[in-house]
Ligand binder design. Sequence first.
Ligand code: PMP
Length: 358
Amino acid sequence: MRVYNFSAGPAVLPVEVLEQAREEMLDWQGTGMSVMEMSHRGKAFISIAETAEADLRELLNVPSNYKVLFLQGGAMGQFAGVAMNLSTKDSTVDYVNTGAWSKKAIGEAKQYAKVNVAADAGEPYASIPSFANWKRTADAAYLHYTPNETIGGVEFHFVPDTGNVPLVADMSSTILSRPIDVAKFGVIYAGAQKNIGPAGLTLVIVRDDLLGRARPETPSFMNYASMAKEGSMLNTPPTYAWYLAGLVFKWLKKNGGLKAMGERNKAKAELLYDTIDSSDFYRNPVAKDARSWMNVPFTLAKPDLDKTFTAEAKAAGLVTLEGHRSVGGMRASIYNAMPVEGVRALVEFMNEFARKHG
Ligand code: PMP
């Protein structure tokens, strides 16, 4: 039996995608082998890889002066990758701190360049610092921000305009959740395991003029220009994850693309926030204009009921609702593949639980 899985990542995948993968597991389109067993340099895998890239470009409307890289190393690999590819040790790099993942990105960047924290939301990291007050560096090598904080449930509902300073975004937990204007960004990167596919694949979308600036000591497999030149196949790419991501891209296209996803995700989030706000039993601490469409943290008025909540939810087929281990409480991650029925089932359960225990 499938459950409604509210995990923050690795996270729920569309059931149609899993079914197709099952269907093709032993024999991918008459090749007599699974995608896992294929050479990444063979005709079959090259066609899988190219189709996935073309579909992603179509979904995100990626301009032709951007490269799309299918890498390994996770989003955290890119915390270093961005700094190594775009800055020198004498550069100033601007960072915006909106919570746990920004902080980790800042910590990593400090090993490589001079970090200026242009804006800091401050404790309890439940809002976005007003753009007008950001203290940016005029000649920064780039400005990095985290459009969606997976743990705090804080999301930017605007794209900062950094002028000539390349904008770098860790979109791990928001990519593909709505349309974006890629042309506003210098680099977009994302770990796959939320809205793209299985863990092990990391997407990097990089504007051409930013290629070729990497420090000489940058490991080749992290060097954007080297990877772009080799079609992300300087070494063996995460082939099966790339294939599954491709199936997810087809599923997104079939389901109306990112505009439809955005509308659906907004409606799902509203349903959940309305339930939380209209009850004295649940609370979400995030400023209303900064609430995430993807990760919805909430607490119970009686925290001693946390374990009862998750146990009863599990019995009702609603799993992985525990908040991140660093913050406690609850968190419902409602990525693209979480159907609206799953969110409806969750809010019905929440209402019933509050009636019973409130
Ligand atoms: N950034 C964000 C916003 C994340 O949510 C995560 C993972 N939860 C990471 C970075 C780290 O990603 P990875 O585990 O792929 O390195």
